[in-house]
Design a protein around this ligand. Structure first.
Ligand code: HAM
Length: 421
């Protein structure tokens, strides 16, 4: 590669630049604030884990079996690591390691990595926000979790996102259902796509998740988990539905909803954005994963949670013209007509006081500086020239009306505050 080659972000990744990065930041902050209000504290865990942590999540899933970025460490023996494809496994690993008191309610945000075929809304590095609640078996916790996800999407102004709800049953009901499903699919095996024929070998449930047209007919007649629930699983599901009804949270029962990870039991759900292309319309999903902590070496501990795809949520916001993100404009633009050194302490003072300020550089002409002030969107300009320096003042100019007046330098901050309220 020569020095003149241009580099691009790796395939499936993207740079988030202002203002889009500010919009994402605002969405993340909003999620953090909401999760805190429901009693969730933040967990910050490593971007990579022992490969085996993710393998426990289910080697038969595409996410773990095919899409993991594995790391080879140098000179550390046999440690096999992988970039996290999701955070539920990391959270359960952390729980098993630290054994905090339950109920343990945490939220997270950050990048995940999956080696997928990139397309619109599907990236190799993408950002999730999510929550996990460990300990209680209580269906009211499922309701709380789903509600938090719904309220977050609502708070962004999204109106065309459907909550799809299903139950995958519990260990008491699953074997009979799996046997019925396997038998049905095996009987109609030759009508399935080649890919689904392979999936049938490893996990018949995941055949129901196929979006391939060839499979639609077979899938539509397949036996459903909801018809094979144990009494306890049916009761749990009924309580979740009643809780959502009580809060007026709408949902669609989606008996063929299968999630892309193997750890789910009982409640599962997805948020589907009608404004996005169906292949990538899941803006989030989650459910119960009652056996996972145990699989990762901890005590038997029920768990429920979700993750939302922030990149896709912002695409849905684009499609619905929702959530513009914060305005980029600064409050004040400082125009320095001396040698550029006078703006320095003024900006420092304004920014320290909690207002946003910007300036021009390289001793630009007065005209160029006023143009930059207009572009900045600032409501007010502070002008310092030789006259102001001699008089110990600064000129404060309202950029909308053009009104301007000198203020004593020591009173500048309070004058700006007054002008900006
Ligand atoms: P997931 O369904 O694999 O679940 O991912 C959750 C969300 O992340 C998806 O609905 C989607 O919005 C987003 N997402 C996934 N892959 C990509 C990608 N390649 N590009 C862009 N966005 C993507 C989980 O990750 C589970 N850990 C959720 C969970 C938490 N279940 C229980 N607790």
């Amino acid at each position: 590669m020569s020095a003149r080659d241009t580099f691009r972000a790796p395939k499936g990744t993207r740079d988030l630049l202002p203002p889009e990065s500010g919009r994402q930041r605002a969405a993340l902050d909003r999620f953090a604030a909401l999760a805190s209000r429901y009693g969730y504290g933040e967990i910050v865990s490593p971007m990579f884990e022992d490969l085996a942590v993710f393998q426990r999540v289910g080697e038969s899933t595409e996410i773990v079996g095919k899409e993991m970025f594995e790391l080879v460490t140098k000179g550390e023996g046999e440690t096999r690591l992988a970039l996290r494809p999701e955070l539920t496994a990391s959270v359960c690993r952390a729980f098993a390691q630290h054994r905090p008191a339950t109920p343990w309610k945490v939220f997270y945000q950050g990048p995940q990595f999956r080696y997928e075929r990139p397309q619109a809304g599907r990236y190799r590095q993408f950002t999730q926000v999510g929550i996990e609640a460990l300990g209680p078996d209580d269906p009211m916790l499922d309701v709380e979790v789903i509600t938090l996800g719904r309220r977050f999407l609502d708070s962004l102004g999204l109106t065309r996102v459907t909550l799809l709800l299903n139950t995958l049953g519990d260990p008491a009901g699953r074997p009979a259902y799996f046997a019925a499903l396997r038998e049905y699919l095996s009987d109609r095996r030759t009508e399935l796509s080649i890919q689904s024929q392979t999936t049938l070998e490893t996990n018949p449930l995941r055949v129901l998740d196929s979006k391939r047209a060839e499979d639609a007919d077979v899938i539509s007649g397949a036996p459903l988990m909801v018809d094979h629930l144990s009494a306890e699983a049916a009761e749990h599901f009924a309580a979740v539905r009643a809780g959502l009804d009580q809060l007026g949270i709408g949902y669609e029962i989606s008996p063929r909803l299968v999630r892309g990870l193997d750890y789910y039991l009982r409640t599962t759900f997805e948020f589907a954005a009608e404004s996005l292309d169906t292949a990538q319309n899941a803006v989030g999903g989650g459910g119960r994963y009652d056996g996972l902590v145990e699989q990762l070496g901890g005590p038997p501990t029920p768990g429920v949670g979700f993750a939302l795809g922030v990149d896709r949520i912002l695409l849905a916001c684009d499609a619905e013209a929702a959530f513009d993100g914060p305005p980029e404009a600064v409050d004040v633009f400082v125009i320095d007509l001396t040698d550029g050194t006078r703006a320095l302490p003024i900006i420092d003072e304004i920014a320290t006081a909690g207002l946003a300020a910007d300036r021009a550089y390289d001793n630009r002409s007065m005209k160029a500086q006023f143009k930059a002030a207009d572009r900045s969107g600032a409501r007010v300009a502070v002008i310092v020239g030789d006259d102001e320096v001699a008089a110990g003042t600064a000129t404060v100019k309202d950029l909308a009306t053009g009104d301007q007046a000198p203020v004593v330098r020591a009173d500048l901050l309070s004058a700006l505050r007054k002008q900006l309220t």
